[in-house]
Design a protein around this ligand. Structure first.
Ligand code: SAH
Ligand code: SF4
Length: 375
């Protein structure tokens, strides 16, 4: 199984070094390079992640000469927006272009009690799950922390989340962006270091301050990194299970050949950040005639017994050329009832942003096709 190319820090459009995406220690060291003391790094952090400024000139606690110096040396630009679509249900989808021309998608889903941002971790995905459109994208590379954080900064810009001068930052349900799910393009655990760095920036109490309890990382099952994720970051875990036998899971999710179901579930059972109040979400895509029988639901009940679990049934989203169909509504309901009766909360995921293809598994940048057309 090949891994994606690493993120190579690009030169920013103004020729400056990138300042976003550095952790606090790196920011302090980078600013020390031009003679700024650690308390300056603290101030810059505040402007970048608490106030969300995009121009050094607005960092008014710094002397004008310092601001000018920063602007000559560094860049704090956001990703370029290639496309912005808004669904009739309020869901927004952004196609964001990175410095090397590659693009990723980010989706904001507003609900009555929360607003969730679905964030990408890679351009494309090296895994090739048979039901997933992202896995068919030919070009793959890891995103850098700057590009992962950039998706969140951009969403906060659009949603008007930054406090205005003199205002305190809104918290909890007063925000439009309350939750983050690493469920966009890519396998986040195949880009562990950059994802972890980005999430630490987003969780930092002196900045965006989104709690680990409001962040969920979804993995197809990179077993060796699951416990590390729980111990180091403590975020919620979601696991794309989708099948209850190795035979079927080998077929629809090739990663299962490396990390079979028993190993995956053992890593979940010992996940440090889960308990009955913070359950692991098992995602299960409903594929007609493939994985949707009552017998499979009962087997799922047995498999998950040792784990604090909830199950998210996802009606399959077809895409052009996909080989599967979505299970019938009645089949999905029966499947859900078996799990509910066994004590597992089992919401059936509503399709959101249908009209702009914002749903899971449909995220696939078309920049590659466009580039070919231009060539
Ligand atoms: N790579 C990670 C995270 C991104 S995918 C993972 O696989 O978990 C987010 C969720 O959407 C996963 O559960 C994935 O299996 C599911 N998904 C992918 N394609 C889908 C499709 N066409 N219809 C419904 N769900 C899909
Ligand atoms: Fe990659 Fe997840 Fe899609 Fe599988 S389901 S191809 S791991 S993005």
């Amino acid at each position: 199984m090949s891994h994606a190319a690493a993120f190579a820090p690009p030169v920013a459009p103004n020729g400056g070094r990138l300042l976003l995406g550095l952790d606090k220690a790196e920011l302090t060291a980078t600013l020390a390079d031009i003679g700024l003391e650690p308390f300056r790094a603290k101030q810059v952090w505040h402007w970048l992640y608490y106030r969300g400024v995009t121009d050094f000139a607005d960092m008014t606690t710094l002397a004008k000469t310092v601001r000018a110096r920063l602007a000559e040396t560094f860049s704090i630009v956001r990703p370029d927006v290639m496309r912005h679509q808004q669904s009739t249900d309020g869901t927004q989808k952004f196609l964001l272009k990175m410095a090397d021309g590659q693009a990723v998608e980010t989706v904001h889903i507003p609900e009555s009690d929360r607003g969730t941002l679905c964030v990408s971790s890679q351009v494309g995905c090296t895994l090739t799950c048979r039901f997933c459109h992202t896995g068919t994208q030919p070009l793959v590379r890891n995103l850098g922390a700057v590009e992962i954080v950039g998706q969140i900064l951009h969403a906060r810009d659009v949603l008007g989340e930054w406090p205005k001068p003199g205002e305190q930052q809104r918290m909890g349900e007063d925000r439009s962006l309350t939750n983050i799910v690493m469920m966009g393009m890519g396998e986040p655990l195949y880009n562990y270091d950059e994802v972890a760095k980005a999430l630490r920036i987003v969780m930092d109490g002196e900045g965006i301050a989104i709690s680990k309890r409001r962040i969920t990382l979804s993995t197809s099952g990179v077993v060796p990194l699951i416990n590390r994720l729980g111990a180091e970051l403590g975020v919620n875990l979601a696991v794309s299970l989708h099948a209850v036998t190795d035979e079927l899971r080998d077929h629809i999710m090739p990663i299962n050949r490396k990390y079979p179901i028993a190993d995956l579930l053992e890593a979940c059972r010992t996940y440090p950040a889960a308990n009955n109040a913070r359950r692991i979400t098992f995602e299960y895509v409903m594929l007609k005639g493939i994985n949707d029988t009552p017998a499979e639901a009962r087997r799922l009940v047995n498999l998950l017994r040792p784990i604090p679990s909830k199950i998210n049934l996802i009606p399959f989203n077809p895409w052009p050329g996909s080989e599967y169909e979505v299970s019938d509504e009645a089949t999905i309901r029966t499947f859900a009832e078996i799990l509910e009766q066994a004590g597992y909360p089992t919401p059936i995921r509503k399709t959101r942003g249908d009209d702009i293809l914002a749903a899971c598994g449909q995220l696939r940048s078309d920049s590659e096709r466009k580039r070919r057309t231009l060539a």
